[in-house]
Design a protein around this ligand. Structure first.
Ligand code: ISL
Ligand code: CA
Length: 558
């Protein structure tokens, strides 16, 4: 039976702790800062906070390289402060989902330090070590962050595998002890009372037998390790074991970050029978505005073709219905700002298009994720120059694609980085129009977007027509209207290049959701019946068949 679960009606608010709120003016956001903003999250109406990693880390990849899974990064605070944040959140009815990063640890983790110390170390097999082949890397896989996935260790004469940065050696999930150690650690967090896990690159845990070379696209230097590794032979065994040994111990929410996961795979990872995870967080719609260039990976600034987006989102809506569960998102800490990418951040369109994107997403089936700042329409940070970037993905792209391989010039890459780079999402949260946007009185760890004088939380809360209040309304609809969770999805006019219109169909009731992506006025007739009730819109009045720039409206038809 398909009884609605709490996490199907929930809306998640994602917090990137480094950039949310600094409480002690060292320029770095922290746990006390987050605690001081819980009422803000409550006011928005979100049910769950997903915290990006807060564990001890040397920050080669901003916390995704964990050196102690049982300790809080001192930059963010103490374990007491974490406990306080958790209990203050719970007092407000807000749940906290933790990031779980167990495909790899930091190279500074004591397991890796031991593993690296000698071939005889009893931790050697915690990681993936291989002999050189003909004096070079064991295979031809390329890292997510450019270059090879292999790093040579002089001391022991072997290479270790790192799908991401050199400082992120992959754990060897084949090893029973690794799995048991991870499950024990997860249980300690569950016992603390946390409400779930967002599982980083969970689809990459099981490596293919023999780690074979992969196909290399023409003109490229490496095979895609994502293609070679994702959904490996034992992945479902590992997740089912995790379900038995950890996840069944409490009513927690689990979301698998599912790199390279298609619908067929997702039906297993997020099966409605509860055998694995609650939902996937998949990427297909994030890869549509890109000309496939094997040399450059994600780096591009190709515009989005709306029918492609419709086709993709529709496929996920219809094929998972009743059998698995999806996440809904436009943004996170790895993606640029959605208003700049899919809407328009020009002053005359920013608010309208941000609300349109919000409406389009929130009336779909799935669990919505709002990334900090999205709810006030924060934009890409075009004011950042090469010397301002912090992200290892951006820095490595320059190092390898520009400097080592000469595949692209620095100016073109900078354009792409301004469009797609992860630091667009990581600039500090804009609270006020005052010093450093109210984020810190110190020197912010990453430069602010220079538009905080106009785009900030103070402004949003004082304007009843702000994007913030639009999100607040959308969240309320998700809580109040069952049809948003359960209704059947139906796409209208798949070929329309300017409007994304769809229906949700329930028993004796229908929602009609109309979203224009055009900057000019259009004429569209959706045969709206006279008794239809306008639930929400981003304009003050309704012009019927005339759709103004980025107009978005939802009718309820009974
Ligand atoms: O960020 C990406 C593209 O810009 C993705 O390829 C990303 O690296 C991938 O989705 C995995 O992301 C997760 O794991 C990474 C970490 O850097 C990301 O921040 C995290 O969300 C390694 O732990
Ligand atoms: Ca701080």
């Amino acid at each position: 039976t398909n009884q609605t679960k709490w996490w199907q009606k929930a809306v998640v608010y994602q917090i990137y702790p480094r950039s949310f709120q600094d409480s002690n003016n060292d320029g770095i956001g922290d746990l006390k800062g987050i605690e001081s903003r819980l009422d803000y999250v409550k006011k928005l109406g979100a049910d769950v906070i997903w915290l990006n990693p807060v564990y001890d880390s040397p920050n080669e990849d901003n916390g995704y390289d964990i050196s102690d899974y049982d300790a809080i990064n001192p930059e963010f605070g103490t374990m007491e402060e974490f406990d306080s944040l958790l209990s203050e959140a719970h007092d407000r009815g807000i749940k906290i989902v933790m990031d779980l990063v167990v495909n790899h640890s930091s190279s500074q983790h004591k397991w890796f330090i031991e593993s690296k110390s000698s071939k005889d170390s009893d931790k050697r097999d915690f990681y993936i070590w291989r002999d050189p082949v003909d004096g070079h890397e064991p295979n031809n896989w390329g890292s997510f962050f450019s270059g090879s996935t292999w790093k040579y260790d002089e001391n022991t004469g072997q290479y270790y595998l790192h799908l991401f940065a050199e400082g992120q050696p992959d754990l060897n999930w084949e090893n029973d002890k690794v799995r048991q150690t991870v499950f024990d650690m997860m249980n300690r967090w569950v016992d603390k009372g946390i409400d779930g896990f967002r599982m980083d690159v969970i689809s990459l845990l099981s490596k293919p037998e023999g780690l074979p070379d992969g196909p290399v696209a023409e003109g490229a230097e490496y095979a895609s390790s994502n293609d070679m590794v994702a959904n490996g032979p034992k992945i479902h065994d590992y997740i089912q074991e995790m379900r038995q040994k950890v996840l069944n111990n409490a009513d927690i929410m689990t979301v698998g970050e599912a790199s390279n996961v298609n619908i067929k795979n997702a039906k297993r990872y997020a099966a409605a029978d509860g055998s694995e995870l609650n939902m996937v967080f998949q990427f297909e719609h994030m890869d549509l505005d890109q000309n496939p260039n094997p040399n450059l990976g994600k780096w591009d600034n190709a515009p989005l073709y709306l029918p492609k987006l419709k086709e993709n989102l529709t496929k996920w809506q219809t094929e998972l219905a009743g059998v698995a569960w999806n996440s809904l998102y436009w943004e996170n800490h790895d993606q640029p700002r959605s208003v700049s990418r899919f809407g328009s951040d020009a002053p005359e369109f920013r608010v309208k298009s941000a609300k349109m994107l919000a409406t389009l997403l929130h009336f779909m089936q799935g669990t919505p994720y709002i990334y900090q700042g999205q709810e006030i329409g924060m934009t890409n940070a075009n004011n950042l120059a090469w010397e301002d970037f912090n992200d290892i993905e951006i820095k490595n792209a320059r190092k390898y694609l520009v400097e080592r391989d000469g595949l692209i010039d620095a100016d073109t890459l900078l354009d792409y980085v301004h469009y797609k780079g992860r630091d667009n999402a990581r600039t500090p949260m804009q609270w006020t129009d005052g010093e450093n946007a109210g984020f810190t009185e110190g020197t912010p760890w990453l430069k602010l977007n220079d538009n905080f004088d106009k785009i900030n939380v103070d402004q949003a809360l004082n304007d009843e027509n702000s994007i913030f209040y639009h999100y607040q309304q959308l969240i309320k609809f998700r809580h109040d209207l069952d049809i948003v969770t359960t209704g059947r999805y139906e796409l209208l006019d798949p070929e329309d290049e300017q409007v994304y219109a769809y229906k949700r169909v329930g028993e004796g009731e229908e929602l009609l959701i109309i979203n224009s992506f055009a900057e000019e006025t259009l004429e569209r007739d959706y045969q709206v019946p006279a008794n239809a009730e306008l639930l929400i819109s981003n304009y003050e009045d309704d012009m019927g068949t005339e759709l103004r720039p980025y107009e978005s409206k939802v009718y309820r038809i009974q």
